[in-house]
Write a protein of this length. Structure first.
Length: 349
């Protein structure tokens, strides 16, 4: 297994340039930003917050996923990455500062995985046609699912999975938002069911972010973001001047949407049943954003433009303003998924 690789050859191959790097050091500078190459020989790419590549390691699988979010999920010391082309998910464990993430195992999935999420002592894997749950115990993530269910449409348009209280919520771009229940142990139980009160103009549900009983779901081609609670759409908010909010991330009072064709990020204030656009544009990009994450007063966005991808890392202040910290150019347009690993994350189920 190839772990950390250093030297000019790696940087020349994978990183065309690191720009806008700030020289100051913040309290969260020990955090890591993680994405995947999503190539035939999939690789995990790990950067520090100043845009320096500190680890590059093969996932043991093949990439190839598109049109999804949550291709990488992180929970304390564990991180999962989808390998769409090889029908498995790689599980990494945080192992120290010199080699931040070490491949622990690959977990088979029923078919091509597109999105992953952690919760309830489980890893949840959304595939092109099904949802499955894998128990996490002292031996790590189980290779065998302890629950699974077919999706309602199951035509390969599955986009993302998120965890709610006692449920999972799933988007299929073929105009479906659905939930599936979890049993008392956190395993998938029963059948997927359609969320009620989906707007009549629904067109391509894409990304989602969850907290408690609430899920914020983008309706990308209708230029809307909806609030789903207790198996029903409660609120729908338009995206204003920014087209096709595709992917969202949530922390504290702020919801941020990555708007792919507008090459921007918008900020929303969310509370109760309210979704209020607070700023139409807080960041812009030269490519189309494909995923976004936000935690620990940091935000990271991956976008694609022509034959390259970019990972942009931002400091986020208490008012939700984005200040560019560093930007990395990767010689590969397929790069997929983004996650922030906190420096003080500890092993916890």
């Amino acid at each position: 297994m190839k772990k950390a690789i250093y030297g000019s050859a790696l940087l020349a191959l994978m990183v065309a340039g690191v720009v806008h790097a700030q020289t100051g050091f913040g309290w969260n500078d020990g955090d890591f930003i993680v994405t995947s190459s999503n190539t035939a020989s999939n690789e995990l790419l790990v950067y520090n917050t100043h845009g320096t590549l500190i680890e590059q390691v093969k996932t043991g699988g093949a990439g190839g996923v598109t049109g999804n979010a949550g291709g990488i999920a992180q929970n304390h010391d564990l991180l999962a990455v989808v390998n769409f082309g090889s029908d498995n998910v790689s599980v990494f464990q945080k192992s120290g500062d010199r080699v931040p993430l070490q491949l622990e195992k690959t977990v088979p999935s029923i078919t091509n995985p597109v999105s992953v999420a952690f919760g309830r002592n489980h890893l949840y894997i959304l595939t092109a046609t099904r949802i499955e749950s894998h128990l996490i115990d002292r031996h790590g993530v189980s290779a065998n699912p302890d629950g699974e269910a077919p999706l309602l449409i199951a035509d390969g348009s599955a986009a993302q999975v998120g965890v709610l209280n006692g449920q999972l919520i799933i988007t299929e771009k073929s105009n479906t938002i659905e939930t599936v229940d979890l049993n008392n142990q956190g395993a998938v139980s029963g059948s997927s069911k359609l969320v009620a009160n989906i707007p009549a103009n629904v067109n391509a549900p894409f990304g989602l972010a969850t907290r408690g009983n609430d899920a914020y779901v983008t309706i990308a081609h209708a230029n809307e973001i909806s609030l789903v609670r207790n198996d029903s759409v409660l609120t729908v908010t338009g995206s204003g001047t920014q087209m096709a909010p595709c992917w969202v991330t949530l922390d504290g009072p702020f919801l941020f949407s990555a708007n792919s064709p507008s090459q921007s990020v918008s900020r929303y204030a969310v509370y109760g049943q309210k979704i209020i656009q607070d700023a139409a544009v807080v960041a812009t990009f030269s490519g189309n954003p494909t995923d976004i994450t936000y935690r620990d007063s940091l935000a990271a966005v991956v976008d694609a433009n022509g034959s390259v991808s970019h990972v942009s890392i931002f400091d986020v202040d208490g008012d939700g303003n984005f200040n560019l910290k560093s930007s990395v150019t990767i010689n590969n347009a397929a790069t997929n998924g983004i996650a922030i690993v906190r420096s003080d994350d500890g092993f916890n189920y």
